[in-house]
Design a protein. Structure first.
Ligand code: SF4
Ligand code: SF4
Length: 109
């Protein structure tokens, strides 16, 4: 199934530098990151036995699941500050609060 990439809180995904980086020297080629990502960010080089980040912009902004499930700590991401600064710079809190109001019927518990 094709992964549909939408803007993130109104920001074009290609303007956000968020994707995994694999340290091949630490990686053991287990494939946990490849098979665990539901957004098809990774392919796998079967000759080298290493994951390859083939669709970086498919990565969910601020997701670090594959890094957390890599037992060799071979995957890294930009620091959390990068996303938090983006949120402040682009005034995304206001946007989120407005969206909460607009979607009250859907989200109210
Ligand atoms: S989960 Fe870690 S060790 Fe396993 S293939 Fe991915 S990067 Fe390599
Ligand atoms: S952080 Fe999440 S979305 Fe991004 S590659 Fe890893 S598992 Fe996939």
């Amino acid at each position: 199934m094709e992964v549909v990439i939408k803007p993130w809180h109104g920001i074009p995904r290609e303007d956000i530098k968020w994707h995994p980086v694999v340290d091949e020297s630490r990686c053991i080629g287990c494939g946990m990151c490849v098979t665990g990502c539901g957004r098809k960010v990774y392919g796998f080089d079967y000759k080298k036995k290493r994951p390859v980040v083939v669709r970086p912009n498919n990565c969910m902004v601020a997701c670090v699941t594959c890094a957390n499930t890599c037992v060799k700590d071979a995957i890294s991401f930009p620091p959390k500050d990068y996303v938090q600064e983006l949120i402040k710079k682009e005034k995304l809190l206001e946007r989120a609060m407005n969206e909460l109001k607009e979607r009250v019927d859907e989200l109210k518990v």
